[in-house]
Design a protein around this ligand. Structure first.
Ligand SMILES: Cc1cc2nc3c(=O)[nH]c(=O)nc-3n(C[C@H](O)[C@H](O)[C@H](O)COP(=O)(O)O)c2cc1C
Length: 204
């Protein structure tokens, strides 16, 4: 799904890759990631939705994955993104295997970008959020200073976000993605184009 709203011609639209990391056909994570994507589009972002159920990714194998036929296409999508929005269910206090598998495929493509996290959990998903933040740090990505978590049975109704608190958190997160994502993306572009030292120098 790609959605885009008009923005001023001088400012490139912020590109967000939104990853739905549950293979559950009835996934509540997917519902909330889609709602965040819809909100981001209304804020002028271009959103590319990667639903790992619709686009299954073979288990990462360092010997073969980079040569797999679909790899270059997905790598291009990750590379084009300015922001990566990650949605995962809480599995045993950590991220889903589908999400981990996606993350294992990349690191350079994440460096210097903003990560934002959404976790479906019955226990606030704090450790899950921490694990996503750890992956971000290992890959030299930034994260928002908070994550969104929710309980499917309480915050959704009839396949839609119904809880006011979750709606408010999503409003805040999507606004922050649009603002801080643009700032970081502009600095990332400038750093990649400059000759100054900094953590992005190795990616020039
Ligand atoms: C293998 C597995 C492990 C789970 N572990 C936890 C857990 O440790 N803590 C928790 O709150 N929920 C746990 N859950 C429940 C899911 O996080 C919860 O049902 C979530 O809403 C599912 O999201 P989804 O519908 O997007 O797949 C687990 C579910 C599964 C299938």
């Amino acid at each position: 799904m790609t959605t885009q709203k008009q923005t001023a011609p001088t400012e490139p639209a912020l590109r967000v890759l939104a990853v739905a990391g549950s293979l559950n056909s009835d996934s509540v994570t997917r519902v909330v990631v889609r709602e965040a994507a819809r909100r981001l589009a209304t804020l002028g972002c271009t959103v590319d939705l990667l639903d790992l159920l619709q686009e299954p990714l073979p288990l990462y194998n360092p010997d073969t994955s980079h040569d797999a036929p679909a790899y270059a296409l997905l790598q291009g999508r990750v590379e084009r993104a300015d922001v990566v929005l990650l949605g995962t269910p809480d599995y045993h206090g950590s991220i889903s295997s589908a999400m981990k598998n996606f993350l294992d495929h990349f690191w350079r493509e994440f460096a210097g970008k903003l990560f934002a996290t959404i976790v479906a959990s019955h226990e606030k998903g704090l450790t899950v959020t921490e694990h996503l933040r750890t992956v971000a740090r290992q890959c030299y990505a930034w994260t928002l200073p908070y994550g969104v978590s929710f309980v499917g049975e309480e915050d959704l109704k009839d396949g839609k976000v119904s809880g006011a608190e979750l709606a408010g958190r999503l409003e805040m997160m999507t606004r922050d993605i649009a603002i801080y994502g643009r700032l970081l993306a502009a600095q990332r572009r400038a750093d990649l184009a400059s000759t100054e030292p900094g953590f992005l120098a190795r990616l020039r």
